[in-house]
Design a protein around this ligand. Structure first.
Ligand code: MLC
Ligand code: AMP
Length: 533
């Protein structure tokens, strides 16, 4: 198959520069395949897959997807990166599907994003029948991906480039939960993505000498932008693991100098500390593990509040002070502590990133909060901010002020030095567990669909390991068998991703409501989990 030309997107131009400067430079190490791939091979494979995608949609002569969506289910690894780059090269919009979603949730994302093409990796063969079926209406094509293998000869020639550059085109759609029960597709353009990645490269100084160990899911921005895109744009090597495993991480850190960067959510750092205490401390692995970890250049925590005890324990083991930053699917990263150790203040997410404007406003009046140590709602403006929620213009408008600032829904205060401290979310219906955002309303809707559930209130309760746990307070229907957590979880597994399923269940005789019929969730937490309220 002939190679398609690539558009002049900054990511591809930079990759070509890296490939030309050093044809052997490794872009991706895929630990599942046990293979590594140069920037040159990545560009070549992306061009070949672009050609195939256009062919499947009978658009070869046009040579452009013109923002058609391509939904794909591909495990973390090299094939994912080629997939993403090929869709971008073809002028399409990537809709990465979540690898832990059951079929129901996959079908929701597909139905909502309305892709022209669904691409399935053979690792997810079990989903072939339902995904083929939802592509049988002729508006949608189904395709299976042929996995890529390491090419030991550097490609003789890199793909051609066209001058075509489309910064304002839609590029990525990430499904995110909010205060509505159904997840929404958050759309960003190439310009947004490039800006989000470049401001991190500037702030955290990624270079081609960096080597990132990547363990995060690739259907959220933490993994996609901070991890994959910013690292590849800067010419760093990304070592992609299929998922997080503490033993694997400690074992790779033992080899000093084998990596320089690690990005994770607080739950992952908590697990790394636990694993060290239970499996490494006091063994002959202790010194190499500590020394290896101490050589990393940068370890970042984000997506949820980093509890100071975890930060302190991790520092005591490794000598590393985690850098905390704050972000959101809709804005990429907004605030970050500094590389300088003096700018890594406990409990703070730091200062606005380069080019990102941040302000605090009064929750009731909307007036700008200028005073120090006073709570305000975080609002953000800049080229980092998303374009729209897919096909939901009212929902998009609702999240912006009349003067164009995005309302994050998070509450923070600022100290005298301008450092921000997140105080939580304004809405009790948004739960953060293991770094995943979960809509309490979505979980409630799924529970209410069960025959034996009459009333339910889903709340987040504080938890050392997960940040918050999803807890369900349930009133059962009369004369139904007593509900038990394990069987309830098993039933919900068909319906929703594992991280959304309640891990705490309280059966009650009734759920208190106010005169408007609303449940006060703060009262619910205080009543049933007084120690955690
Ligand atoms: C999974 N389990 C949970 C759970 N998630 N239990 C309680 N609460 C949760 N949140 C349970 C599963 O049901 C299963 O139980 C067992 O734990 C193992 O499941 P798993 O799926 O294998 O989980 P695990 O690998 O342990 O995952 C933990 C994790 C993962 C921390 C590695 O949650 C993760 O990768 N989180 C990162 C999410 C992320 O990238 N967020 C960024 C969003 S972007 P059983 O009983 O079934 O075996 C964003 C913006 C920004 O937030 O600022 O970055
Ligand atoms: P998501 O919508 O999944 O992108 O999650 C974004 C949300 O995660 C933000 O609105 C915050 O509530 C939360 N968040 C991200 N980083 C941090 C952090 N460092 N500390 C506290 N909360 C955070």
């Amino acid at each position: 198959m002939s190679l398609a030309a690539l558009p002049s997107l900054p990511l591809f131009l930079e990759a070509r520069k890296h490939a030309q400067a050093n044809p052997d430079k490794i872009a991706i190490i895929d630990t599942t395949k046990g293979q590594q791939f140069t920037f040159g091979q990545l560009l070549t494979d992306a061009a070949a897959l672009k050609q195939r995608i256009l062919g499947e949609l009978c658009l070869t002569s046009k040579g452009d997807l013109e923002e058609r969506r391509v939904a794909f289910l591909v495990p973390n690894g090299y094939d994912y990166v080629v997939m993403q780059w090929a869709v971008w090269a073809a002028g399409g919009v990537c809709v990465p599907l979540c690898t832990s979603h059951p079929v129901q949730e996959l079908l929701y994302t597909i139905g909502d994003s309305d892709p022209s093409l669904i691409i399935l990796h053979p690792a997810f063969e079990k989903f072939e029948a339902p995904l083929r079926e939802c592509s049988s209406d002729s508006t949608r094509v189904f395709m299976t991906l042929t996995p890529f293998t390491q090419n030991n000869d550097s490609p003789a020639q890199l793909p051609e480039f066209t001058p075509l550059y489309f910064p304002d085109r839609r590029a990525l759609m990430i499904y995110t939960s909010g205060t509505t029960s159904n997840p929404k597709g958050c759309v960003t353009t190439h310009k947004t993505i490039t800006f989000q990645a470049q401001c991190l490269i500037q702030a955290w100084q990624y270079t081609p000498s960096d080597h990132l160990i990547h363990v995060l899911p690739l259907h959220h921005i933490h993994g996609i932008i901070n991890g994959l895109t910013a690292a590849l744009l800067s010419g760093a090597t990304v070592e992609i693991h299929p998922k997080f495993d503490p033993a694997t991480i400690w074992s790779s850190w033992k080899t000093q100098g084998s990596s320089t960067m690690f990005f994770a959510v607080p739950t992952i750092y908590s697990r790394l500390v636990d694993y060290f205490e239970t499996h490494i401390r006091g063994t002959d692995q202790e010194i190499p593990a500590r020394e290896g970890a101490s050589t990393l250049r940068l370890l970042v925590s984000g997506s949820a509040a980093l509890p100071t005890p975890i930060k302190t324990k991790f520092a005591a083991i490794t000598g590393q002070t985690l850098l905390e930053r704050y972000g959101m699917t809709e804005i990429g990263m907004g605030l970050s502590c500094g590389l300088d150790l003096a700018q890594r203040i406990d409990g703070s997410v730091g200062w606005p990133l380069p080019g990102v404007q941040v302000r605090l406003t009064d929750k009731e009046t909307g007036a700008i909060v200028d005073s120090i140590n006073v709570d305000g709602m975080i609002e953000v403006k800049g080229d980092n901010v998303f374009l729209e929620y897919w096909r939901r213009p009212e929902a998009t408008d609702k999240e912006f002020t009349t003067d164009g600032w995005f309302k994050t829904g998070d509450v923070a205060r600022r100290d005298a030095g301008g450092a921000y401290f997140i105080q939580g979310r304004a809405s009790v219906d948004i739960i953060k567990s293991g770094g995943y955002k979960i809509s309490a309303l979505e979980v409630e809707r799924k529970l209410l669909a069960l025959d034996d559930v009459q009333e339910v209130a889903v709340v987040g309760i504080a938890d050392e390991e997960w940040g918050q746990r999803v807890a369900a307070v349930v009133k059962q229907r009369a004369s139904t068998e007593p509900l038990e957590l394990q069987s309830l979880r098993a039933r919900l597994k068909q319906e929703m991703a594992p991280y959304k399923i309640p891990t705490v269940l309280k059966i009650v005789d009734g759920i208190e409501r106010n005169a408007m019929g609303k449940v006060n969730k703060k009262t619910v937490v205080q009543r049933y989990w007084p120690d955690l309220a």
